[in-house]
Design a protein around this ligand. Structure first.
Ligand SMILES: Nc1ncnc2c1ncn2[C@@H]1O[C@H](COP(=O)(O)OP(=O)(O)OP(=O)(O)O)[C@@H](O)[C@H]1O
Length: 310
């Protein structure tokens, strides 16, 4: 668990972060969302002390982070940034092994860990182990960055716009991959993003910031259906419910039923696209299958109730 208590950062007359108190729950992913310049990155960097607070404190597992030496603190916290900063002269395996090497793990344990992590992030170890960063696509490099951050199995992972530099398709894929990884590993993750879809899709919780302070902290559902202010409502936009559908699979809305004769979609299709199929086909219900096996029927109302609550 990470706890921010009255955290502040001032640069001259500018408050980057102002009296920010917040608890990032253990094992959950919290998206730190907000407009440009609202203090997201500063907040994240105060957690691993890349930026020192001007006031207030950060507790990690109940301990004040000032009680740690900054190097020790950072070794225990995974950190992924947009321009991932892999070492270009090292291989993928050596890049992933950076922290285990620093911690003095023996070579066999490190090699096993590297392969395990490459597989976890969807890179075939024999193919990628010996490559250099220059031989990777942006998405592959970002995967290596995630593997590197997870290498020493830190309980906490800080991510600053980790998917920001990728094209939409690669971003989509990596978000999905990361969602799967997080469901398995249950790290305490703080993910900085200005992308509303990403926050709603990946966040168990969302901390929406404005001008260095907290506008609202809650589940994606809370922010969409129970916005705390006009700012929150406007920031998420009128189509917030549609955005949320984009992050959920059609299969989640399926009810038992016979879909014979209805247009058919796969259950893994996102619910927003399924809605698009209904509109295109002029049908208020779809048959949903999983790998060709019927799952049931997706009805317009099931999606509508989601929206009606906005
Ligand atoms: N080193 C610095 N010196 C002076 N001002 C800074 C410094 N770092 C950040 N700021 C200011 O603090 C405020 C918050 O910056 P921060 O980078 O945390 O915002 P952000 O929400 O992460 O923005 P973005 O989404 O654009 O990256 C901004 O007004 C910024 O100009």
């Amino acid at each position: 668990m990470i706890e921010l208590q009255h955290l502040e950062k001032r640069y001259g007359d500018t408050w980057a972060v102002r009296d920010l108190s917040l608890v990032f729950p253990e094992g959950e992913l919290t998206a730190l969302l907000g407009p440009s310049g609202c203090g997201k990155t500063t907040t994240l960097r105060m957690i691993n002390r890349l930026t020192e607070p001007s006031g207030g404190r950060v507790l990690l597992g109940g301990r004040d982070t000032r009680d740690f030496r900054p190097e020790d603190l950072r070794r225990g916290i995974g950190y992924v940034i947009q321009q991932i900063g892999l070492f270009p002269h090292l291989t993928v395996a050596q890049n992933v092994a950076t922290v285990p090497d620093l911690l003095g793990w023996d070579r066999r344990r490190t090699a096993r860990r590297v392969d395990e992590l490459l597989a976890l992030v969807g890179l075939d170890p024999p193919v990628y182990r010996a490559k250099r960063p220059g031989e990777l696509s942006g998405g592959q490099a970002q995967r290596v960055g995630v593997a590197r951050a997870l290498a020493a199995d830190p309980p906490v992972l800080l991510m600053d716009e980790p998917f920001g530099a990728l094209d939409p398709l690669a971003r989509d894929r990596l978000q999905e991959a990361f969602r799967g990884i997080q469901q398995r590993l249950r790290k305490t993750v703080v993910l900085v993003t200005h992308d509303i879809d990403e926050a709603l899709r990946l966040g168990d919780r969302v901390a929406l910031m404005r001008g260095g302070t907290l506008a609202q902290f809650g589940t994606p559902d809370d922010l969409i259906h129970r916005p705390a202010s006009l700012f929150v409502r406007q920031f998420l936009g009128e189509d917030a419910a549609l955005r949320q559908l984009a992050g959920r699979a059609a299969a989640e809305f399926v009810r038992p039923g016979d879909g014979a004769g209805l247009p058919t979609v796969e259950g893994t299709l996102d619910a927003r696209s399924a809605l698009g199929v209904m509109l295109r086909e002029g049908s208020d219900a779809l048959a949903v299958t999983q790998d060709g096996v019927p799952l049931g029927v997706l009805r317009w109302e099931a999606l509508q109730t989601q929206e009606a609550q906005v």
